[in-house]
Design a protein around this ligand. Sequence first.
Ligand code: SF4
Length: 269
Amino acid sequence: MPAPDSSAQKRDDDAIDRHNVHIIKLLKDIDFESMEADKTLEWAAESIGAGRVVLNTSLQMAGVAMIHMATNAGLGIRIATLDTLRLPPETYSFLHEIEERYGINIEVCTPDAEKVDRMVRRFGEFLFFDGKHLQDHCCKVRKTDPNNELLKTADCWISGLRRDQSTLREQTPKATSVTEHGSKRRILKLNPMADWTQERLQSYVDEHDIPQHPLYAQGYQSIGCVICSTPTLSGEDARAGRWRWFNNSDELSAEDAKECGLHIPMYNI
Ligand code: SF4
């Protein structure tokens, strides 16, 4: 006869298996590709349950556009952001502006203080200059690990990834699934604006008078941490300003150098 804790474990495993079958069936049965972004958000709130849906945004244009869509429709889904503790001051003030404008509380996820301290003591505050592997490590400690913790509390992760942001993102699906870190539980990942071009997004933002991160006005096209994000020059790729010192790296392709690990399979939880 199995020990009580092993039967409890079996029940948990069975529940996760049933959940995973459900997520896979949703991906098979629902035509997310043809669904408009606002309808995708509505679908998630109704079908998954608003409290288990988290829109995780760095408060760039697509994320704020979806906050606008979700709050206008009264969906009540959760809105979260990753505070790496290295964000520009403009991001912190913009966060409060968005909360006030839309009457929402944004969940702010911060990194584990002990892990940050250990990393900084070992590699220094500016380790990201010393190679892609150390930039990846910093992004893991400050972004991916907190995101993993956030996703433990959700069944659906909504992101603002778009296909026209970079070559690496050209194949971004509107719906996929990722595995919870440390578990086999699948989490539905939706990218409702994957097919929006920058022009379409800008028109939507202008038409609906949606607040924009103040650093766009200073020439930034992609906004993350200070130092690691810089303005772009005319004709440069939207993510060329990220980790600019890797732009001409022989070590890896420019595209590989432009991801923090949050959205690529290597760290795709
Ligand atoms: S963007 Fe830069 S500072 Fe921010 S987590 Fe990544 S490497 Fe660290």
